[in-house]
Ligand binder design. Structure first.
Ligand code: ATP
Ligand code: BUA
Length: 366
């Protein structure tokens, strides 16, 4: 059977999907999460060194499905230079960049190299779709207040745009006419303003985001400068403290929000306060994104792993429903979004860009 393979590398997981495509959409044949032992992953000197290990795990998955013939492989794109939304064809230059010169370390940087390796063996094309570095910010959003630090976009673009397309369909309007606040609530949080289908503003883990299960989010700058020079951390240790071991984990010692809810149910007042603070920051960010849309979003959309929590959905909905209808697409829809991107290219509905695509970044106004 012909299928599109999707590859979404996470810190200790590789999420795989096999999808058929019939022109009208994609249908999942299989979706699995390969769990990698945390200690095994930590033993690799860097993310690039994990490539053969993860490729072998994917090979094992595919060898168990001999009837599948791959027609395309779509990987999650990583922390690349700013790119327009859509599909990018994977070539040697993109793989070299993703492996050796990404803007920041992140498991998603392995999406392109893994897709290339598996596609080469199968004799089919490899793509990435809506990488984290999709950047549609207009000039006015790029001014930070310090000319040395222009703002840029790093955002859960894949899931946010896929959910936006679904929402537009349900509202009966074209995606290009959708104005919505989309909150991706996962291990990391991105809250975005979609205006006319474009991510014109967002919070992200590099700046201003609510804290999340494992990320500190936006921090008061003066105190952060003091912490940098306190002698307590070198650069690597401080980044880990903020990006992998920050947020809920730094307060409560777990990144698993189901455990946090169990702690709250057991009467843990500290867990309750941290959880309430995360909700408070999420709601503030949703309000800020609504302001970008003149407080007239078509909807507020909640998605990502944490949106599977009825308690979290209820808490956010209670505070945001005065703004617009609150819609929930719990979980991550990234595998289907990857397959849809590849399917659009195979069907001739979209042309895959060559690497590096010209950014949509508009020139600064001086
Ligand atoms: N049923 C649930 N109730 C509450 N929290 C949940 C539930 N299921 C998953 N989560 C939480 O969602 C978070 C993981 O979300 P998700 O799977 O979207 O993250 P990820 O894909 O690893 O990272 P990211 O979304 O940043 O790319 C974890 O903190 C997890 O505990
Ligand atoms: C889009 C940034 C993803 C993350 O939080 O790492």
């Amino acid at each position: 059977m012909d299928a599109i393979l999707t590859i979404n590398p996470g810190t200790t997981t590789t999420r795989l999907g096999l999808f058929t495509s019939d022109g009208a959409g994609v249908r999942a044949l299989a979706e699995v999460t390969l769990d990698h032992d945390e200690a095994v992953m930590a033993a690799f000197p860097d993310i690039a060194a994990q490539l053969p290990f993860r490729a072998e795990a994917i090979g094992t998955f595919l060898r168990g499905r001999p009837s599948v013939r791959l027609v395309a492989v779509a990987g999650r794109g990583g922390m690349l230079t700013p790119v327009p939304p859509g599909v990018i064809a994977v070539d040697d230059a993109l793989v070299d960049f993703a492996l050796h010169r990404p803007l920041h370390p992140h498991a998603s940087n392995l999406g392109a190299p893994l897709a290339q390796r598996i596609a080469a063996a199968a004799g089919c094309p490899a793509f990435i779709v809506d990488p984290v570095s999709v950047d549609e910010l207009p000039p006015v959003a790029r001014i930070s207040g310090c000319p040395d630090i222009p703002r840029f976009s790093f955002v859960h673009a894949l899931n946010i745009r896929a959910c936006g397309r679904r929402l537009a369909g349900e509202l009966g309007k074209p995606f290009a006419a959708l104005d919505a606040v989309v909150a991706h609530l996962g291990a990391g949080i991105s809250i975005a303003a979609l205006k006319g289908g474009r991510i014109v503003e967002s919070t992200n883990r590099m700046e201003n985001s609510p804290f999340s299960p494992e990320r500190a989010g936006g921090l008061p700058p003066m105190a952060l400068i003091d912490l940098c020079y306190s002698g307590g951390y070198d650069k690597t240790a401080l980044k880990q403290r903020l990006y992998g071991r920050g947020g809920v984990f730094a307060y409560l010692g777990t990144k698993d929000m189901r455990r946090v809810e169990a702690m709250i149910d057991a009467g843990d007042a500290r867990a309750d306060l941290v959880w309430q603070a995360m909700v408070y920051q999420i709601v503030k960010a949703i309000g800020a994104m609504a302001a970008v849309l003149d407080f007239r979003p078509d909807a507020v959309l909640l998605t990502g792993g944490m949106a599977q929590s009825a308690r979290l959905r209820a808490a956010i909905t209670a505070r945001c429903s005065a703004l617009a209808p609150v819609v929930c697409y719990p979980g991550s829809h990234e595998s289907a979004a990857l397959a849809e991107g590849a399917a659009r290219v195979l069907a001739g509905q979209e042309i895959a860009r060559a690497w590096p695509p010209a950014p949509e970044v508009e020139p600064m106004p001086w």
